[in-house]
Design a protein around this ligand. Structure first.
Ligand code: NAD
Ligand code: FE2
Length: 410
C-alpha cells in the first residue's frame, strides 16, 4: 500500500479509536427464556410483531413454541421466513413491505446471522423508508431509531444479537457489505442454548469458527480496549474448550451454552474493535459466490494470521494461553505457530475444505477490490494491505485444479 494511503488509514482508525468512549455503544438487555417475551411486548406496547426467520429454522421447529406463547397472549404474529443465507436486499424489501402492511410494531429475529441481519435491514428500512439499503453501506447512514428488535440467535455464531452491524447481499451486483450503525444493536437478546441443539455438526463448527474469527480479529487489531481484549480472550478460551464437544455431541447443553456465550462476547469485542481482512475477504466470496460466511472465515483465518508475521506473535501468544495450548514460558514464535496450527487442525477435524471451487481467476482483481474497499480505511488491521496485496490470498483459496489443471486439491 502506498505511504499516503497508509497514513490516511491509520489517521482514520486512530480518530475512531479515540472516539470509542464518546460513542453510543450499548449492550442488548439479556433474557434467558422465551416465557419472558409476553412481558417484554407489554413493556414495549406491541401487540403486532413480525417474526423474521428462515425455512431451515421452521423445518427444525424452532419457531413453534414462540408463536404459541405469543398467540396465547393475544399477540398478532406475522412470519417472514424467506430469509436466505447471506440475506439479500430483496429479502429486506419483502420483509419491510409485510411489516408495513400488517402495521407491525416490533421485530423478532429468530435464526442465525442471516435472519438477525435481515431483521436489522427491515428495521433500517422502516426507520428510513426513503433511503435504499445500498445507500446505508458503511457507517452511520441510518441515524434514526429502528423498531424494537428482539434477537434470538440459533447459531453460535455471528454475535449479531449484540453488534451494530448487518451484512447484506446484493446479488445483482455480486456484492456483500456491512451496514454499521448504533441503532442496529438489538434492544433485547435471548440467549437460549436449546435453540442451537438442532444445528448440524458442520454448521456448529463453521459458525463457531466465525465467532473465533471475531474474537481473534478484534484482539489483534489496533483499536482494542481493556474490555474488548478481555471479551476476546474469554471467547477464545470458551471456544477452544467447547467447540469439539458441541460438534461431537450436539445435545451437550453445557457446551452449547458456552459456545453461545463465546459468540456473544466475541460480538461485543468486534463491534467496538472491528474485524479485519479475514472478514473482508469472506464477504467478497459471499457476495460473488454465496460461499457461507463461517466456512470462508474458518479457512482464511489461519492463512491471514500466518501472513501478518511476527508483528502479531505477542498477541497470538496471549490467544494461545487463553486457549490453553501452550505453557507460559513458550516463545512468542512457537506460541503463535501453535495457535495457528490449532485452528488448522480444527478445520481438518471438522472436514472443512480449505479451497473453494467457485473462485475464478478472472474474478480475483474484482474480489480483492471489494475486500480493499470494505476494510480500508475502517479496519485497524495489524498490517495494511491494498487490493493488489490481497490478490495472492485468493489464489491460495482457489481449488488447485483451476490454477494447475491437475487433479490436486488441498
Ligand atoms: N451482523 C453481524 O454482526 C454479523 C457478524 C458475522 C456474520 N454475519 C452474517 O451472518 C450470516 C451468517 O449467519 P450464520 O452463520 O449464523 O448462519 P445462517 O443464519 O446463514 O444460517 C445457516 C443455515 O443454518 C440453519 N440453521 C440456523 N440455526 C439452526 C438451528 N439451530 N438448527 C437447524 N438449522 C439451523 C439456517 O436455517 C440456515 O440454513 C452471513 O450473512 C454473515 O455475513 C453478521
Ligand atoms: Fe463473522
Amino acid at each position: 500500500m502506498k505511504t499516503i494511503k497508509k497514513i490516511y488509514c491509520r489517521t482514520f482508525q486512530t480518530a475512531f479509536k479515540l472516539a470509542i468512549p464518546f460513542l453510543p455503544y450499548r449492550k442488548p438487555i439479556l433474557i434467558d427464556s422465551i416465557n419472558k417475551l409476553p412481558d417484554i411486548l407489554t413493556k414495549e406496547n406491541a401487540s403486532r410483531v413480525l417474526l423474521v426467520t428462515d425455512k431451515g429454522i421452521r423445518k427444525a421447529g424452532l419457531d413453534q413454541e414462540i408463536i404459541d406463547i405469543l398467540c396465547k397472549n393475544n399477540i398478532e404474529v406475522t412470519i417472514y421466513d424467506k430469509t436466505q443465507p447471506n440475506p439479500t436486499i430483496r429479502n429486506i424489501e419483502e420483509g419491510a413491505a409485510i411489516y408495513q402492511l400488517k402495521r407491525c410494531q416490533l421485530l423478532i429475529a429468530l435464526g442465525g446471522g442471516s435472519s438477525m441481519d435481515c431483521a436489522k435491514g427491515i428495521g433500517a428500512r422502516i426507520a428510513r423508508p426513503q433511503k435504499p439499503i445500498n445507500k446505508m453501506k458503511g457507517i452511520l447512514k441510518i441515524l434514526k431509531p429502528i423498531p424494537p428488535l428482539i434477537a434470538i440467535p440459533t447459531t453460535a455464531g455471528t454475535g449479531s444479537e449484540c453488534t451494530l452491524a448487518a451484512v447484506i447481499s446484493d446479488p445483482d451486483h455480486q456484492q456483500k457489505y456491512p451496514i454499521n450503525d448504533f441503532v442496529l444493536i438489538p434492544r433485547y437478546a435471548l440467549l437460549d442454548p436449546k435453540m442451537t441443539v438442532s444445528l448440524p455438526p458442520f454448521l456448529t463448527a463453521t459458525t463457531g469458527l466465525d465467532a473465533l474469527t471475531h474474537a481473534v480479529e478484534a484482539y489483534i487489531g489496533n483499536s482494542t480496549t481493556k474490555d474488548t481484549r478481555k471479551e476476546s480472550l474469554e471467547a477464545i478460551s470458551l471456544i477452544f474448550a467447547n467447540i469439539e464437544k458441541a460438534y461431537d455431541d450436539p445435545q451437550n447443553l453445557e457446551a452449547r451454552k458456552n459456545m453461545a456465550t463465546a459468540a456473544y462476547l466475541a460480538g461485543l469485542a468486534f463491534t467496538k474493535s472491528y474485524v479485519g481482512y479475514v472478514h473482508a475477504i469472506a464477504h467478497s466470496l459471499g457476495g460473488f459466490y454465496q460461499i457461507a460466511h463461517g466456512h470462508a472465515n474458518a479457512v482464511i483465518l489461519p492463512m491471514m494470521l500466518r501472513s501478518y508475521g511476527s508483528i502479531i506473535h505477542p498477541k497470538l501468544k496471549r490467544c494461545a494461553l487463553a486457549a490453553k495450548l501452550i505453557e507460559k514460558d513458550a516463545s512468542e514464535q512457537k506460541a503463535a505457530e501453535t495457535f495457528i496450527s490449532a485452528i488448522e487442525q480444527l478445520n481438518e477435524r471438522f472436514a472443512i475444505t480449505t479451497t473453494f471451487k467457485q473462485i475464478r481467476q478472472e474474478d480475483i482483481p474484482s474480489l480483492a477490490k471489494h475486500a480493499d474497499k470494505e476494510a480500508n480505511p475502517l479496519y485497524p488491521v495489524p498490517v495494511l494491505k491494498d487490493a493488489k496485496e490481497l490478490e495472492p490470498y485468493y489464489y491460495q483459496l482457489m481449488y488447485k485444479e483451476e490454477i494447475y489443471g491437475s487433479s490436486s486439491n488441498s
